[in-house]
Each structure stands twice: as structure tokens, then as C-alpha cells.
Design a protein around this ligand. Sequence first.
Ligand code: F6R
Length: 246
Amino acid sequence: MNIQRFDNDEALSAALATAVLESIVATPALVLGLPTGRTPLGLYRELRERSRGNRIDWSEVRTFNLDEFAGLDPSAPGSYRAFMQAELFDYVSIAPGNIGFLNGMAADLKAECRRYEDAIEAAGGIDLQILGIGANGHIGFNEPADGLCANTHVATLTEATREANAQRFGGDWRRVPDRALSMGMSTILSAREIVLIATGGEKAEVVRGMIEGLITTRLPASILQVHHRVTVMLDRGAGRSLSGVD
Ligand code: F6R
């Protein structure tokens, strides 16, 4: 794993935004895999600001988000689709038809998962997958377990993950759906390049486990160790438990 350290969230977000925008300029039909959550907020802010006035042409870019809650309409305020519209899509020149998203309202959720895998394949696969990491080591909604799913699937969310998402549901974790659709481990590992971002001291222990520990399904992000092109971008807090750091 290529480890990059930054003084703070702002510096990390700016560096990743530069890398993403350079990739779009070099490859206008770039296929991006995107996360939601607190960690990428700075990245999306930078992308919005630097794309303003059509300075960056997003018209051929395709995106696939990692996950979406089951049973939520895409327009519902708590949905990840609504998050992405508000943080990025409404501000860049991406073609609506190029936005790949799991539909949590699909009548047949398993069929929806298969459709998503097919759509990613039809797009030629993901060029650059950006990931956050849960404090419990999850990526996407691949939660710690005895076994993990390879492909896009219906996931049952842990109470901790529902609590981490409660802010978007009036602060009440019981209002957070208990199921979600998520890319699987193979879906993620099939990306040609992966960048995982982590900020804040509450991620320090899990980041250490992901980078320095054994590969284990109990820390799903540790499986990224097998990928040949992974960059981990950390601020001071998230990197503070790595060996060789005071
Ligand atoms: C979100 C996702 C999750 C988050 C993770 C970290 O689409 O797939 O795996 O990346 O829960 O969330 P934050 O950034 O809020 O700490």
C-alpha cells in the first residue's frame, strides 16, 4: 500500500481533488467509484469549487456510488443519492445518465444488485475507486463478519453503522434503515486503482489494522492489501497509530 500523510483534512482533500481532476482531464470518460459520508466532504467541496463555470468538463465522466439504503426513495433527504446530488452532482457538468446508483426502492433488490454489476461491467469497469473506512473496518457496507460477499448484495447494517449514519435521520439511529445495497469485495477490488481516505483519531486503530495487520474478514478493509494499486491518504489523527509514528 502506498501511504500518504497530510497535516489535516483540507490538505488531504485538496491533494485528492487534484488527482481526480487531473485524471478527468487525461481521461474524459473516466469511470469513478464514489463514497458518501463525512470523510469525502472536503473532496466534494474542492471538486465543486474547482469545476465551477465548466472549468472541468464532466460530461463524459461516469460514476458508480458504493452503496445506498434499502427502502429509501432516491429523493429522500437521508438517501445517499440525495447526499451526492447536494455535495457534487448538482454542481458539475456530469450527464444524469452517467450517474450509476443503486436503487433502494427496486421491487427486486437482488435483481437490482445484478443490474448494478452489469452496469459497471458495461462501463468497462471502475478506473478509480475512492473509499472511506468505517471505525469498525467496513468499506462500502461490507461489515466485519465470518465471511464477506464478493458481489453487490443486500447488506444488514450493524447498530454501530446505523448510529454513525443517524445524523441524516434526525439523530435517531432507529430511523436509519437496517438494510442497504452495497458493492461487494470483488466489485471493489476489480477497480483498476483504489484510494482510501481516512481522517480523525477515531479511525487510527482501524487504519493500523488495515495496513499492518493480517488480512481478515473481521476488518474488511484489510483485504485491500491484496490489490496492486492502493493509496491510503491519512491526516495526522488517522495515521497516528502506525508504527514508526510518535
Ligand atoms: C459510504 C460508505 C462507508 C463510509 C464509512 C466511513 O458510502 O461506503 O463505508 O465510507 O462508513 O464513513 P465516514 O466518512 O462518515 O466516517
